[in-house]
Design a protein around this ligand. Structure first.
Ligand SMILES: NC(=O)c1ccc[n+]([C@@H]2O[C@H](COP(=O)([O-])OP(=O)(O)OC[C@H]3O[C@@H](n4cnc5c(N)ncnc54)[C@H](OP(=O)(O)O)[C@@H]3O)[C@@H](O)[C@H]2O)c1
Length: 304
């Protein structure tokens, strides 16, 4: 049985992924900031700020999946918060890398989350592919540093995969729950111009992508983890309304209001370009949910 170390396992993606890994027969070591009562896998604690980690977590580990990171859509992007968003992703990889060298284990794979924010908070005609350059904005910079930190493991001889993830749709919690709530209350409307694209992925497809990244020795480097269908914010809003049988009748939420409420962070709602899923499809990956409508019908309650 192979053992996988998962960081950030207590989060939205981590909980789904650990369940899938368990059904696939993996043994799981969870590395987090504290012990969690509702996690049944072997747990170990680290402190990224002070650079300490319980080295027992690496015993028998074959691969690492790195999901830890301060949530980018919680709280305003103050300088302190921006530092936390960066350090929780980058310093954490440095700590994993140094620890792996210290304990002298040979990993088969290091799979790290990254984000489509790599390409920048812009709305354009471009369909971004993995060979495009990182953006110069805050999230683009974080994603670049995040991926460069992961590349240190690649240079150490570990096969490294980086999944540039779009908005992850889940049945409970996460971004979809935030979009659904106002629509259920009949106050839903598109954000800003509504023409910004929202690359998305169903959580089941994302978790399968993590498993394939673990198991396919030919996979290496960045892959966009997004569904093939490109949709705008207005189309997403209307699709949720249609699935929930709620009419979208209000005008769009004006950009200035979102900027007033969320500050600089509003760009993640107000901007977005298309992102290509071609590279991951070329690996033979089969999406279960290629179109938003099918994903929403699967995830939203009372939708059938
Ligand atoms: N969800 C999405 O739509 C989406 C889209 C693109 C990319 N991603 C990326 O995918 C990864 C996982 O996403 P998620 O949605 O599962 O995130 P999440 O629900 O916010 O969970 C992330 C986990 O990271 C750990 N964490 C939180 N703050 C931290 C901090 N300051 N320092 C160190 N660890 C911290 C926590 O685990 P412990 O408490 O156990 O330490 C937390 O459960 C993240 O890196 C995220 O940026 C997510």
């Amino acid at each position: 049985m192979k053992t996988v170390l998962v960081t950030g396992a207590s989060g939205l993606i981590g909980r789904h992924l650990c369940r899938l890994l368990e059904t696939k027969g993996y043994s799981i070591h969870v590395l987090g900031r504290s012990m969690k009562k509702d996690i049944s896998y072997k747990q170990f604690v680290w402190d990224i700020g002070s650079g300490t980690v319980d080295l027992n977590v690496f015993k028998g580990v074959n691969a690492i999946i790195h999901l830890a990171g301060a949530n980018i859509s919680e709280g305003r992007w103050t300088k302190t918060r921006q530092q936390e968003i960066r350090d929780s992703r980058v310093k954490s990889i440095d700590l994993l890398y140094n620890s792996v060298k210290k304990v002298g284990i040979q990993l088969e794979a290091f799979i790290s989350s990254s984000a489509i924010g790599y390409y920048g908070a812009i709305t354009s005609d471009t369909v971004f592919t993995e060979s495009d350059s990182p953006a110069g904005d805050f999230i683009g910079g974080v994603c670049l540093e995040w991926e460069l930190a992961a590349d240190a493991l690649e240079k150490h001889g570990v096969r490294t995969v980086k999944l540039r993830t779009g908005v992850v749709l889940t049945a409970k919690g996460g971004p979809l729950a935030k979009m659904v709530q106002p629509i259920q209350l009949r106050f839903g409307s598109a954000l800003g111009k509504g023409s910004q694209f929202m690359p998305w992925i169903h959580v089941d497809d994302l978790c399968q992508m993590y498993v394939q990244s673990l198991e396919d020795p030919k996979m290496s480097g960045p892959y966009n983890a997004v569904a093939p269908e490109h949709v705008t914010n207005r189309q997403v809003t209307e699709s949720i309304g249609a699935v929930l049988k709620r009419k979208i009748w209000l005008p769009n939420v004006p950009s200035f209001l979102l900027k007033l409420i969320f500050g600089e962070m509003a760009v993640i709602f107000l901007q977005g370009s298309r992102v290509s899923s071609s590279r991951i499809k070329k690996t033979g990956f089969q999406f279960q949910y290629e179109e938003l409508d099918g994903a929403l019908k699967n995830l939203l309650p009372f939708s059938t």
